[in-house]
Design a binder for this molecule. Structure first.
Ligand SMILES: [Zn+2]
Length: 207
């Protein structure tokens, strides 16, 4: 993705590939993030002063402030002048600037980072499934560290939070960093006495 592509996703309505493989128009990511700062805002529009106070999402507010500050600071470093308009206009200005290659690469990286952070905040992916009480065959431990964290975890969700096909699951040990993928996963689950079928019904239950 280029800086222009990233700015487009952040500032403009854009197309996003959905689960069904079709492209859908979605709002600008910065618009979504601003909406997330005060999630009650849209619903209470026109409601006067009688409704409950609008809750603020501090994480969304922090991320918005971080992006704004970083963008303005970079603009200042590039041009030696302060940006006088909105964040959205600044990002579009970046995309249209004739930047030195190192600045272009840097801002492309930074803006991709913002996109990842907004996506992670607005649509968090489900956590990996911990395999509690199971011993890692590579290091021989089931827990590690003073907090006795669980070593083995199973990756079985896609980005939208749906269960992936068993053949695409992976298992990792957070202690020794061993990992298993593909057919090894089914084999390892059997060895751990945790057949995939049990996990499937299990996770379907807790999700
Ligand atoms: Zn291990």
């Amino acid at each position: 993705m280029s800086l222009k592509d990233n700015a487009h996703q952040l500032v403009r309505e854009h197309l996003k590939m959905d689960r069904d493989g079709k492209a859908h128009k979605v709002p600008a990511l910065l618009d979504e993030l601003r909406r997330a700062v005060t999630p009650g805002h849209a619903g209470s529009a026109g409601g006067g002063m009688t409704g409950p106070p609008i809750p603020i999402n501090p994480n969304a507010l922090d991320l918005l402030a971080e992006i704004e500050w970083e963008a303005r600071r970079n603009h200042y470093e590039i041009t030696d002048t302060g940006w006088q308009s909105t964040l959205e206009e600044l990002l579009q200005a970046f995309a249209g600037m004739d930047l030195p290659p190192e600045w272009d690469a840097y801002l492309t990286h930074v803006s991709a980072d913002w996109i990842d952070k907004i996506n992670a905040l607005l649509w968090p992916s489900k956590p990996r499934r911990k395999l509690v009480g199971k011993t890692c065959p590579a290091c021989g431990w089931a827990t590690y560290g003073e907090e006795r964290k669980v070593c083995l975890s199973l990756g079985c969700w896609d980005d939208e939070g749906n269960m992936r096909a068993i053949g695409t699951w992976d298992i990792e040990c957070a202690s020794c960093e061993a990992s298993w993928a593909g057919e090894q996963v089914a084999y390892l689950l059997r060895a751990l006495d945790t057949p995939g079928a049990v996990i499937v019904s299990d996770v379907a239950h807790v999700s």
